[in-house]
Design a protein. Structure first.
Ligand code: 4NP
Length: 169
């Protein structure tokens, strides 16, 4: 991965799910798209990772790529597993569900990481209470559209929030 230079003025955001082929690549692609549309590319370092290693090296799931493309968002990248070093490279680690949250918090325990580890749907005004982005892997294409809409709403509000924190140069 390209790592954030030490002392960088960028705000570094890592999106995390289980496999890093469905939800977190969608969140990465949508957030990157919104950042670029706002002309803020230079202010953010954006990446994604999975807590599991099963799909390492794979491109995003074709169903995620199709739903993103339908909304004008391109997905890139190869799946990778989150590493302890990520806890020091990223300012925000944004997870999709509570299993991801438990796993990343366990990895962070005792690491001295100052990263904020948060559920993406904390930023979704239509969140249904559990604040999770459901895993669409074993479902149909409708699940991917549903996930896309949750991710899009959340990323819009996340960006509005982080713009205030991001460096102004
Ligand atoms: P993701 O979806 O965590 O959104 O990338 C999944 C992808 C693969 C598997 C589970 C979830 N899997 O069990 O292989």
């Amino acid at each position: 991965m390209d790592s954030k230079p030490r002392g960088s003025p960028e705000t570094a955001v890592l999106f995390v799910c289980l496999g890093n082929i469905c939800r977190s690549p969608l969140a990465e692609g949508v957030f990157r798209h919104l950042v670029q549309s706002d002309g803020l590319k230079h202010r953010f370092h954006i990446d994604s990772a999975g807590t599991g290693a099963w799909h390492v090296g794979e491109a995003p799931d074709g169903r995620a790529t199709v739903v993103a493309a339908r909304h004008g968002v391109e997905l890139h990248g190869q799946a990778r597993q989150i590493q302890t070093a990520d806890l020091h490279r990223f300012d925000f680690i944004i997870v999709m569900d509570r299993d991801n949250l438990d796993n990343v918090e366990r990895l962070a325990e005792g690491s001295g990481s100052a990263a904020q580890i948060r559920l993406l749907r904390e930023w979704d005004p239509q969140s249904n209470g559990d604040r999770e982005v459901p895993d669409p892997y074993y479902g149909g294409p409708g699940g991917f559209e549903n996930v896309y809409q949750m991710v899009r709403r959340s990323c819009q509000n996340l960006l509005a929030d982080l713009k205030g924190n991001a460096a102004s140069h």
